[in-house]
Design a protein around this ligand. Structure first.
Ligand SMILES: Cc1cc2nc3c(=O)[nH]c(=O)nc-3n(C[C@H](O)[C@H](O)[C@H](O)COP(=O)(O)OP(=O)(O)OC[C@H]3O[C@@H](n4cnc5c(N)ncnc54)[C@H](O)[C@@H]3O)c2cc1C
Length: 429
């Protein structure tokens, strides 16, 4: 896989709270648990292990939040790609309902953690709106809102007029509002998690790529690029869309596709009041979904798919800039101050995957572009599983790790699918 796009041009890198000290691993030693990857999953696992008195060491190749966790849209959206009834149909009543409860609570985890640890993270909890771009989309969101409302969530259907007013665009036919959702500055949140984990007793080492995992008896040796190594009985791999060749077949078990974002300069007060005036965040029902929000300084962010490869220049974001003009013509000629992207790991069944390909090695991968709440909550569940040894602490069954068939051709396949979805999603592209 080619070198990932740098974190630095992102809006978040330009506006984040300072990072805690995370020096590279300098000396070999022993840890209760070694976690590979310093995103939400790895950091939340470390924090929740440390709170249980289990000493975790996080090894991160670059810096905390270098992956999806420092680059995302900062939309805190509960739920999975499947609605509660789909989960029950897929997993049976007991596990399906448990999974729906887990998924429904993922936004709570984020806002509770920010509160409990007094994190320096701009955030607000004014809800998530999913706009429907077709009549089929309207029926889809009505069902979704009805199912979550029946489970007690503050969810309601929006008619066309209210959707127009709350989004600040007339391009949607309706939508639903999920009051559990909200917004965070995602890199500040990753750094806040890291600070909280260190405060609770975890160690975090940035600039420390893990290059090898070897098992002797019940012990793992985790080797790093600098040469220092750690011995441990438990390893957790949380490398998600930034997974390399560390474990056989893992990178080939997902499609790691880039999602692209642009952000304007801060808008005038008048324009600010014309887009998402009540402060919600939003994404839509398109297969190649568009997601947009204002940040805490009044910049408009727009995200969506781009080329499958790493970007080559500003032209790779031009489609998103055109979409901003079509959705929000009131902006007129607007300046885009930031363009960036990040990798999202997509699994074949659109569910996150947990694997245990060898004793003491747990892998979490694949959050389909909705991981702020999910991975924060998954980390807590992984910590409970490690501490209690009970697989019921995990929201999903542990499944065998397998390559996607013909993975090498997926790049071509995904590019073709993207082109097809662009046509079938219609309208804005
Ligand atoms: C552009 C974009 C927009 C998104 N928007 C949203 C959104 O609005 N809402 C939402 O809920 N979700 C969103 N997501 C998804 C969300 O960001 C991710 O699901 C989540 O951040 C994944 O967290 P993670 O900890 O699993 O992985 P990551 O944050 O990707 O962390 C993986 C880490 O592993 C490290 N690593 C990899 N290999 C090694 C190694 N060998 N040794 C050491 N370290 C290694 C990487 O450097 C990286 O820091 C978006 C994602 C992207 C990319």
């Amino acid at each position: 896989m080619s070198e990932p796009f740098p974190l630095a041009p992102s809006l978040w890198a330009a506006t984040a709270a300072p990072a805690p000290e995370t020096p590279p691993l300098a000396a070999s030693g022993r840890a209760d648990v070694v976690i590979v990857g310093g995103g939400y999953c790895g950091l939340s696992t470390a924090l929740h292990l440390a709170e249980r008195g289990i000493r975790a060491v996080v090894l991160e190749a670059r810096e905390v939040g270098f992956g999806g966790s420092g680059r995302n849209g900062g939309q805190v959206i509960p739920g999975l790609k499947y609605d509660p009834a789909d989960l029950v149909a897929k997993f049976g009543t007991e596990r399906g309902e448990r999974l729906a409860r887990f998924a429904g609570g993922t936004a709570d985890t984020v806002f509770d953690l920010i509160e409990r640890h007094g994190m320096d993270v701009p955030h607000r909890r004014t809800g998530w709106i999913q706009g429907a771009h077709t009549e089929a989309g309207v029926r889809e969101v009505e069902q979704r809102a009805t199912q979550w409302a029946a489970l007690g969530a503050p969810a309601r259907v929006l008619d066309k007029a209210e959707t127009d007013r709350l989004l600040g665009t007339e391009r949607y036919l309706g939508g639903w509002l999920d009051g559990r959702g909200g917004a965070v500055q995602p890199l500040s949140y990753a750094r806040g998690l890291a600070r909280a984990a260190i405060g609770a007793g975890a160690a975090i080492h940035g600039g420390t790529p893990v290059t090898g995992l070897a098992r002797t008896g019940s012990d793992w040796t985790v080797t790093t690029a600098q040469g220092a190594h750690l011995h441990t009985e438990r390893v957790v791999l949380c490398t998600n869309g930034y997974t390399g060749a560390l474990w056989p077949d893992l990178a080939q078990s997902v499609i790691a596709a880039n999602s692209f974002q642009v952000a304007t300069a801060p808008l005038s007060d008048n324009l600010r009041r014309s887009i998402l005036p009540e402060g919600q965040v939003s994404s839509d029902t398109r297969k190649l979904l568009l997601y947009f929000r204002l940040d805490h300084t009044g910049r408009l962010l727009m995200g969506g798919r781009g080329p499958f490869r790493e970007p080559r220049g500003p032209g790779d974001w031009a489609h998103l800039e055109r979409i901003v003009g079509k959705l929000f013509p009131q902006l007129g000629a607007v300046t885009f101050a930031h363009r960036w992207c990040g990798r999202v790991a997509i699994t074949r069944d659109f569910l996150p995957h947990l694997h245990e390909p060898a004793p003491g090695l747990l892998i979490d991968i694949g959050c389909q572009g909705r991981g702020v709440g999910l991975q924060s909550t998954m980390g807590r569940a992984i910590a409970a599983y490690i501490a209690e040894g009970d697989a019921d602490a995990l929201p999903l069954p542990i499944t065998p790790l397998g390559r996607l068939p013909l993975h090498a051709f997926h790049r071509l396949y995904v590019s073709a699918v993207i082109a097809w979805y662009r046509l079938s999603d219609g309208g804005l592209r």
